[in-house]
Ligand binder design. Structure first.
Ligand code: FES
Ligand code: FES
Length: 166
């Protein structure tokens, strides 16, 4: 099958590759760029484990062809840490509030939460639950994920924290 050259910016770095038109963005990221943080949990747009940020929107990268990302600016979980390796508030929140168990959903969950907090810096518990409703977690029961996002929101905005109900 004929291949196309695609160019995009991933985590602040200009990258390019030669891909078949059917190649999914998640496969391009994981296999061609070796960015294996975004996971494949279903391949059918259901679980959100493959979520990345694409031009300011959360997208499930198993649902986007690499050629559709031509010219895009993409952030993956690998692009979330500070340059010195220290954790950003969301990452710290997941750690402090035990927002993960097996960790499979965590990269996608953090990338979705990152965009959610860009859109709504001080979300209510309900808004957080709605905001992450496209991302599935089979371990935590979500409560500590909500707390982790609230932790980050409070740290980023220095706003009083809205406690999640037990
Ligand atoms: S792997 Fe993309 S939504 Fe599940
Ligand atoms: S921590 Fe295991 S799937 Fe979410």
């Amino acid at each position: 099958m004929a291949k196309s050259l695609v160019k995009m910016n991933v985590n602040g770095r200009a990258v390019e590759g030669s891909v078949e038109p059917r190649r999914l963005l998640i496969h391009f990221l994981r296999e061609d760029l070796n960015l294996t943080g975004a996971h494949i949990g279903c391949d059918i747009t259901h679980c959100g484990a493959c979520t990345v940020d694409l031009d300011g929107k959360s997208v499930k990268s198993c649902t986007v062809f690499a050629v559709q990302a031509e010219g895009a600016r993409i952030t993956t979980i690998e692009g979330m840490a500070n340059a010195d390796g220290s954790l950003r508030p969301l990452q710290e929140g997941f750690r402090m509030e035990h927002g993960l168990q097996c960790g499979f959903c965590t990269p996608g969950m953090i990338m979705r939460a990152h965009r959610l907090l860009q859109e709504n810096p001080n979300p209510s518990e309900e808004e957080i639950r709605l905001g992450i409703s496209g991302n599935l977690c089979r371990c935590t029961g979500y409560q500590n994920i909500v707390k982790a996002i609230q932790y980050a929101a409070a740290k980023i905005s220095a706003a009083p924290r809205k406690e999640a109900a037990e």
